[in-house]
Design a protein around this ligand. Structure first.
Ligand SMILES: [Zn+2]
Length: 157
């Protein structure tokens, strides 16, 4: 059994779409970054790659590569799953915390779990999502950024 940790943060900006776990979330501001800046998906990828000993998202999808500008992060996630397959790792569980003041994410979780599970070819029960606010503290608390922490568990087959 292998365990990996992933963390990511992106700033919120006007004029960007908010995409979390591959799902567009209607919100006045969205996350800024080279790709679609899907902070949750990026943290999931880092947790999976970490557990498999395969580096991190920047190793495989450098943000200096124009090919990834505006890219759909679910493609990164599907690629990470292929890398895990090649190393004969199966995803046992993914547990995530998304930290944001707004919007409320609970209503979006079923869709986000489905989208993540589909990209990873696992049952949605293997993806667990939680949301926290930062109680008004720091940039996340002021609504200037969203962060995600993820732990992934893999088994060798
Ligand atoms: Zn990111």
């Amino acid at each position: 059994m292998r365990v990996g940790i992933g963390y990511d943060v992106h700033p919120l900006r006007a004029g960007r779409d908010l995409i979390l776990g591959g799902v567009p979330i209607g919100h006045p501001v969205g996350l800024d970054g080279h790709s679609d800046a899907d902070v949750l998906t990026h943290a999931v990828i880092d947790a999976l790659l970490g557990a498999a000993g395969l580096g991190d998202i920047g190793t495989h999808f450098p943000d200096t590569d124009p090919k990834w500008k505006g890219a759909n992060s679910m493609l990164f996630l599907e690629h990470a799953r292929k890398l895990l397959d090649e190393k004969h790792f199966m995803i046992e569980h993914v547990d995530a915390v998304v930290i944001t003041e707004k919007p409320k994410l609970g209503p979006h979780f079923p869709k986000m779990r489905e989208a993540l599970a589909k990209a990873l070819s696992v049952d949605a029960e293997k993806i667990h999502l939680k949301a926290k606010t930062n109680e008004g503290v720091d940039a996340i608390g002021r609504g200037e950024a969203i962060a995600a922490h993820v732990i992934a568990t893999l088994v060798s087959r």
